[in-house]
Design a protein around this ligand. Structure first.
Ligand code: NAI
Ligand code: MG
Length: 329
């Protein structure tokens, strides 16, 4: 029995959450869900986007499924990442059949540092404009690089590439790069190299098979992972994991999509793949592969799929099809 915190949030977040909970009923595993409030709707009623109680529910669970927040996203998801010290943002970029991907064999993972860098939140006005502080510490650099190598080993990936701009950002990215190669020495069975971020942005489009695991700082990881989403067919398909020493939170990359909300047309795939990541995190990799395979089969058949995938099924119709295949796996 796994204790799972469930934060549906706003808009299509609630709809894709209903879909995944329905699908997971077909699992051989048992889940005990604790629903928790957060987001715009809750803030309208109470004035608080992320109540303390929700943070406590996540802390008492083995994993958290998160749908999406709306305008309060910065006060909800960014705050949760900080409060729970979820220092890794893991985004797999993988092409699935039946989707609008640029190549059919894309399969790499971006490991983004989630707590510092240019998103440290230290900005100030000056006489002439404003400054932002790019905080890079040895501690955060070392732990994100270590996570990347351990992840590569665990998932049978062969290479880790550090992405940086150390020729210009000599001190900050110098520290990041030094920590990368220091950690790399401990993982002699995994290949390591490094690339400049601008060249990486190009190679992701021209030669994505150069990459296996990318580890990078906060802003670069944010930008490159959206580029990755563009490579493999858009937001309805892209999951993510936020991971720390003690907690894991799994969420689609998309937001509350107010224009789609309430219509039952949202693609549940990103949420399903986020649950696949959760199962892997819980060391239930057999169950994770079964769920992923059920989704792949539905995408491949292309019949009972949502509008953005060229079909006309509703969220729950597509979910029912994934569930039926998952049950048979
Ligand atoms: P969005 O991701 O909500 O939607 C952008 C567009 O992508 C949609 O209009 C839709 O065409 C498409 N899309 C997204 N998810 C889809 C799905 N599951 N199925 C089919 N199509 C899908 O981003 P947007 O419009 O920039 O933001 C809307 C709200 O969401 C904002 O209030 C924003 O603050 C919030 N947001 C929350 C996030 C979070 O909770 N992690 C992340 C991003 C945005
Ligand atoms: Mg982003």
């Amino acid at each position: 029995m796994y204790k799972i915190a469930v934060i549906p949030g706003d808009g299509i977040g609630k709809e894709v959450m209903e879909a995944i909970i329905n699908i997971l009923e077909a699992s051989k595993l048992e889940f005990e869900y604790t629903f928790a409030n957060a987001g715009d709707e809750y803030a309208e009623k109470t004035g608080i986007p992320l109540p303390e109680e929700t943070i406590n529910i996540v802390k008492q669970s083995q994993a958290c499924l998160f749908g999406a927040a709306g305008e309060s996203a910065a006060d909800v998801i960014v705050k949760l990442r900080r409060e729970l010290d979820l220092y890794v943002n893991l985004r797999p970029v993988k092409s699935y059949p039946g989707t609008k991907c640029l190549y059919n064999d894309i399969d790499f993972v971006i490991v983004r540092e989630n707590t510092e860098g240019l998103y440290s939140g230290i900005e100030e006005y000056t006489k002439d404009g404003a400054n932002a502080v790019r905080v890079i510490t040895n501690k955060a650099s070392e732990r994100i690089c270590r996570f990347a190598f351990e992840y590569a080993e665990r998932t049978d990936r062969n290479k880790v590439t550090a992405v940086h701009k150390a020729n210009v950002l000599k001190k900050t990215d110098g520290i990041f790069k030094d920590n990368f190669y220091k950690v790399a020495e401990e993982f002699s069975d995994v290949e390591s190299d490094d690339k400049y971020v601008d060249a990486t942005a190009m190679f992701l489009i021209t030669k994505p098979d150069m990459f296996d695991v990318i580890v990078t700082t906060n802003l670069f990881g944010d930008i490159l992972s959206d580029e990755g989403a563009g490579l493999v067919g858009g937001l309805g398909l892209i999951p993510s994991a936020n991971i720390g020493e003690n907690y894991g939170l799994f969420e689609p990359v998309h937001g509350s999509a107010p224009r789609l909300a309430g219509k039952g047309v949202a693609n549940p795939s990103a949420m399903v793949l986020s649950a696949v990541m959760m199962l892997d995190h819980l060391n239930e990799s057999e169950e994770a592969r079964k769920l992923e395979k059920a989704l792949i089969n539905v995408l491949n058949e292309g019949k009972i799929v949502t509008n953005d995938l060229g079909g006309n099924a509703s969220t729950m119709e597509m979910a029912a099809e994934i569930r039926a295949k998952f049950a048979r796996e």
